[in-house]
Ligand binder design. Structure first.
Ligand code: SF4
Ligand code: SF4
Length: 259
């Protein structure tokens, strides 16, 4: 290809490239505009979009399941036991409410919108809303307080619950002490009603003497007689020794008289 042909070929390729690019432009030139004129207009949020949370406190039972599920600990819940005389009503799911929720704060400055706090809720009272515009200049303004009690009411409920708890503990301790005392009394009564053991009679002097001489009795019968006999036999043996001596003396005397 000579230089003239190459020149015109490059012009054609450039023109074609421009036409390809302009094709996309021309296509969008006649389609309706899709730009949302925010904030005058807003796009619809997907149904499962995760935005700002909301808590319906009428249904909250203060179980703290949501707080335990939160990975960044941005939910703070405080509760106080209600008195037996107080009726807090039931939730829309039919669960009886027994706790005053004195504090329910969510710090949206920490929240990562993971949605993990939503499924564990037994009454489905915490859920994501479609609100995503809540910017603040002050970070503390991102701590949302959902409790319906005022600070004074919350303090009063907390104090009331503490006093009731103390009272219950005192009653429990008194009942335990009474039970222990009753048990001790029963044990003492059982000991008192037990018949005394038979007394051991002391041995009579005669029996004592017999018992003392018992070992002598147990010796071989006739042992004493044997000892007596042995004494006699010893006397006899002595006399038997002495008799030959006397006989010898008498024999000498007879010899002398014969001389
Ligand atoms: S969305 Fe996630 S981070 Fe936010 S409060 Fe719920 S669990 Fe915590
Ligand atoms: S899980 Fe639900 S009912 Fe339990 S404290 Fe959280 S919001 Fe309330």
């Amino acid at each position: 290809m000579n230089s003239v042909n190459r020149y015109f070929s490059n012009i054609g390729k450039g023109f074609w490239t421009v036409m390809v690019g302009m094709k996309v432009t021309m296509r969008h030139l006649f389609t309706p505009a899709v730009t949302v004129q925010y904030p005058d207009a807003r796009m619809a949020i997907p149904e499962r979009g995760r935005n700002r949370l909301y808590v319906n406190m009428d249904d909250c039972i203060g179980c703290n399941q949501c707080g335990m599920a939160c990975p960044v600990d941005c939910i703070t819940i405080e509760t106080a036991k209600s008195l037996p005389t107080e009726d807090l009503g039931t939730t829309s799911t039919g669960q009886k409410k027994r706790l005053w929720v004195t504090q329910f704060d969510i710090d949206f400055a920490k929240c990562c919108y993971c949605g993990l706090c939503v499924p564990p809720c037994p009454t489905e009272c915490i859920y994501m809303t479609d609100v995503y515009e809540f910017s603040e200049y002050n970070r503390n303004n991102l701590i949302y307080n959902f409790t319906t009690l005022t600070a004074e009411e919350a303090a009063a409920k907390t104090q009331q619950a503490r006093e009731a708890e103390k009272e219950a503990a005192a009653k429990k301790a008194a009942a335990a002490a009474a039970a222990a005392a009753q048990k001790a009394a029963q044990a003492a009564k059982a000991v008192a009603s037990t018949p005394p053991a038979p007394a051991i009679q002391p041995a009579s002097p005669v029996a004592a003497a017999n018992s003392k001489s018992e070992p002598a009795k147990t010796t071989r019968p006739g042992a004493q007689e044997d000892s007596g006999n042995s004494a006699v036999s010893s006397e006899q043996s002595v006399s038997a020794i002495e008799k030959p001596a006397e006989a010898a003396v008498n024999k000498d005397n007879t010899k002398d008289s014969a001389n």
